[in-house]
Design a protein around this ligand. Structure first.
Ligand code: SF4
Length: 245
């Protein structure tokens, strides 16, 4: 279900939460809110994915919030009762649909506690096939929330230009890993991101250690992602090696 109304008008008439991950797109969405929404009845929620977020991402987010003067309406939240890599050992590789437990367990459940019903995200239609069908304002059944996507039609270059115009630095994790570091392990990381992430000995040990405990992956997609990460570590198990052949 979606609404065809002006997002500035829609957000100007209600309280909402900006979901900031430390990534470039959610930063652009946050800056857009600062530029376009006249009232101050909104907050910013940042979710650290317990055990899977790089400390540099946390530090960067706090720095941006301070630069924008948003400290009083900022929430840094995380699950205290569950570690991401315990989840990997328990549930396997997270995937799209019901099996993407990471989004539900580590983001949606935490957002629920700190967010208003209306949430602003930095998703773009150019991100993926699935997102190409997204709308400016839509109702999300999984999170039971109304989501507003103000930069939906922007391209990556628009995002970078907008951030540059505001004089805000980019998360330093992009320089090191080509991703924001909010999720060091992610089933959607490209080969390049995987290779750079696994060059870091701390994360290599943590990620590969957990992946080696994943019991008999249930689907071919899970097996493919597992092979991709283990291949980059240079230590594929024999069974995975045989399937690659
Ligand atoms: S970024 Fe990746 S690992 Fe993190 S919640 Fe999203 S899909 Fe899961």
């Amino acid at each position: 279900m979606h609404l065809d109304v002006d997002p500035v008008k829609f957000l100007s008439e209600r309280r909402f939460t900006v979901l900031f991950s430390g990534g470039k797109d959610s930063l652009a969405a946050l800056l857009w809110i600062c530029d376009n929404i006249p009232h101050r009845d909104w907050n910013v929620v940042y979710v650290e994915v317990t055990g899977n977020t790089h400390p540099a991402c946390n530090e960067y987010v706090h720095k941006v919030i301070s630069m924008l003067g948003l400290e009083e309406r900022f929430v840094h939240a995380k699950r205290e009762d569950l570690d991401f890599f315990e989840g990997v050992k328990k549930w396997g590789i997270p995937l799209i649909g019901q099996m993407r437990w990471c989004l539900y367990q580590f983001k949606i459940k935490v957002w629920d506690k700190h967010s208003h019903l209306t949430q602003v995200t930095g998703i773009k239609r150019s991100d993926s096939n699935r997102r190409s069908k997204a709308h400016l304002i839509e109702y999300m059944r999984l999170g039971k929330s109304v989501v507003v996507n103000p930069i939906l039609t922007w391209k990556t270059g628009d995002v970078l230009d907008y951030i540059r115009e505001h004089g805000i630095p980019i998360n330093p994790c992009y320089e090191m890993y080509r991703h924001s570091g909010n999720c060091m392990f992610c089933p959607y990381h490209s080969k390049r991101k995987i290779a750079l992430t696994l060059q870091d000995p701390y994360w290599r040990e943590k990620i590969i250690g957990a992946l080696r405990c994943v019991k008999a992956p249930r689907s071919e997609s899970m097996r493919r992602i597992l092979r991709l990460w283990l291949k980059h570590d240079g230590q594929m198990p024999l069974t995975a090696f045989m399937q690659e052949k």
